[in-house]
Design a protein around this ligand. Structure first.
Ligand code: ADP
Ligand code: MG
Length: 507
């Protein structure tokens, strides 16, 4: 009886995990199915994206919420492989629970086994990973594999590959590729998909009177205060003469600032100042220069792209190195975006991702980013055979390690998780997953099952390839969740835990 009480938490927690894993497992792989998400207002959206689906679930079990968090973290860290992580976590928990409940193994032993299994599996995968270069055809295959299950995956892959190749080696920072810094991805509902070599700001120029286009732009990034006299000062003052003085002051000072800005030779202003006086704006418009507001977040990359150094103080206007350059700055008035092309700084590319509705553009945008992330991971850490093949063939190698008794326990938890990926991908493709996995197991390294024919095939030849980082992160994430879930022996109803934390820190 007592035992049953003990295992109730494990039972209910693991059921919760299975339930949530079941909602996404059928999306895994290129033949995965979509989910129809419906909210309370009956808004509908079709999705194939693990994170999108998990994040949109309402009212879920607290343990299941842990899964959502891990999936989110996976998404943030590598930007792909979330479904993989969830499927493996579910498998680890299912198997771990069996060891604990049916064979009476102590949970801490199982947890240690998982830890050691994950560590060894990651090492094996890393050792096998093959390095690739930007020009390799394998980079394209990585992107295509990563987007194979996405809506419009074909078209998005070509866009992603075009973006990667256009930015090229300029995306390298301290030796590794960092596309966050060099490929911007924006989503629009009213524009065509496009890769722009340059920066696209989702903004309009400050004033209709300004020119829509500047050739040979000399660019200034303005951070300094462009409101010499504050409105509050005027409001607080009741004396007519003083208000008049201040108004005059405002005009003179604004004119001085604008003159000094123009004296630098700049004809394009990217303005991140907290406040801009209307007079300053009017003066800039009357001088026929181009000015657009930007946010402080945008300063960094705009500076990198154009070579302009942000100006914080009026004094700095005298410096000769503050201006940046771009061949072409223009506003697309119909779409309300500004293009900055051929900057003289570091190369950048912007992908414009479209969609007929907000949700589809969001889904396609996420997919495009997944593709870029997969490429980054592949270039930095190397690649392995996809379709679950690398995971499947790692099993033999882990078993061959002949680990010591204690570590051996729970190791099979990890190996069955490794097997579950191929099984799920094939089940989703309409095959008998288990049978096919057996066939693949007997085949050489790098071989898996062709998703169309069901025959054993070389994944390298087929170009079904995955970044090793996505695999190792997914394994680690799955290990983390399963360890926490298996360690819990009871769920207790608690007082408000946030309150408790507050009173503890106060002491
Ligand atoms: P995740 O959210 O985990 O990234 P996906 O639905 O994107 O899930 O599926 C990724 C898995 O699908 C990877 O294991 C990948 O190798 C596999 N995959 C992609 N294309 C193919 C293919 N043509 N044949 C077999 N497996 C594939
Ligand atoms: Mg994916």
């Amino acid at each position: 009886m007592a035992e049953n009480v003990e295992f109730n938490a494990l039972e209910s927690n693991s059921n919760a995990v299975m339930a949530i894993a079941d909602t996404v497992r059928t999306t895994l792989g290129p033949k995965g199915l979509d989910k129809l998400l419906i909210d309370q207002a009956m808004n509908r959206h079709v999705s194939n994206d693990g994170v999108t689906i998990l994040l949109s679930l309402r009212a879920i079990h607290p343990v299941a919420r842990m899964i959502v968090q891990i999936a989110e973290r996976q998404e943030q860290l590598v930007g792909d492989g979330t479904t993989t992580a969830v499927v493996m976590a579910a498998e680890m928990i299912k198997d771990g629970k069996r060891l604990i409940k049916e064979l009476g193994v102590h949970p801490t032993k199982v947890v240690e086994g998982i830890e050691s299994g994950v560590k060894h599996a990651c090492q094996i995968l890393q050792k096998e990973a093959k390095k690739i270069a930007l020009e390799d055809i394998m980079l394209e295959q990585i992107v295509k594999t990563s987007l194979s299950s996405k809506m419009d995956g074909q078209k998005l892959s070509s866009l992603v590959i075009l973006a990667l190749r256009s930015v090229g080696q300029a995306a390298r920072y301290n030796g590794s590729f960092d596309f966050d810094k060099s490929i911007m991805v924006i989503r629009r509902t009213n524009m065509e998909d496009r890769v722009v070599v340059g920066v696209v700001l989702e903004r309009k120029r400050m004033d209709q009177e300004m020119p829509v286009e500047i050739n040979h732009a000399r660019i200034m990034i303005v951070k300094m205060d462009l409101k010499p006299v504050k409105e509050a000062w005027l409001k607080e003052n009741s004396k007519y003469q003083e208000i008049l003085n201040m108004e005059n002051d405002r005009l003179t000072k604004s004119k001085e600032i604008v003159d000094a800005m123009l004296a630098t030779g700049a004809n394009t202003f990217l303005i991140a100042s907290p406040e801009v006086d209307q007079v300053v704006e009017d003066l800039l418009a009357s001088r026929k220069v181009f000015a657009v507001r930007i946010s402080t977040d945008e300063i960094e990359y705009l500076s990198r792209y154009t070579g302009a150094k942000p100006v914080r103080m009026v004094d700095e206007l005298k410096r000769s190195d503050i201006l940046g350059k771009a061949d072409h700055v223009t506003e697309d008035e119909d779409n309300g975006v500004v293009y900055i092309e051929n900057g003289s700084g570091r190369n950048m590319v912007t992908m414009i991702i479209s969609g007929t509705t907000k949700e589809t553009s969001l889904e396609r945008w996420r997919a495009a980013i997944d593709g870029v992330n997969a490429a980054e991971a592949a270039l930095n850490e190397g690649i392995v055979a996809g379709g679950g093949a690398a995971e499947l063939h790692a099993i033999e190698k882990i078993k061959n390690l002949r680990l010591k008794g204690l570590e051996q326990v729970g190791l099979e938890v990890v190996t069955s998780a490794l097997e579950s990926i191929m099984r799920q991908i094939l089940t989703n493709a309409g095959f008998n997953g288990l049978e096919k996995v057996m066939a693949a197991k007997a085949s050489p390294d790098g071989f898996g099952i062709d998703i169309d024919s069901g025959e054993v095939a070389d994944m390298w030849k087929k170009g079904v390839l995955d970044p090793v980082l996505v695999k190792t992160m997914a394994l680690e994430a799955a290990g983390e969740i399963s360890k926490s879930v298996l360690r819990i022996d009871r769920n207790l109803a608690a007082e408000d835990l946030s309150q408790q934390a507050v009173s503890e820190t106060k002491r």
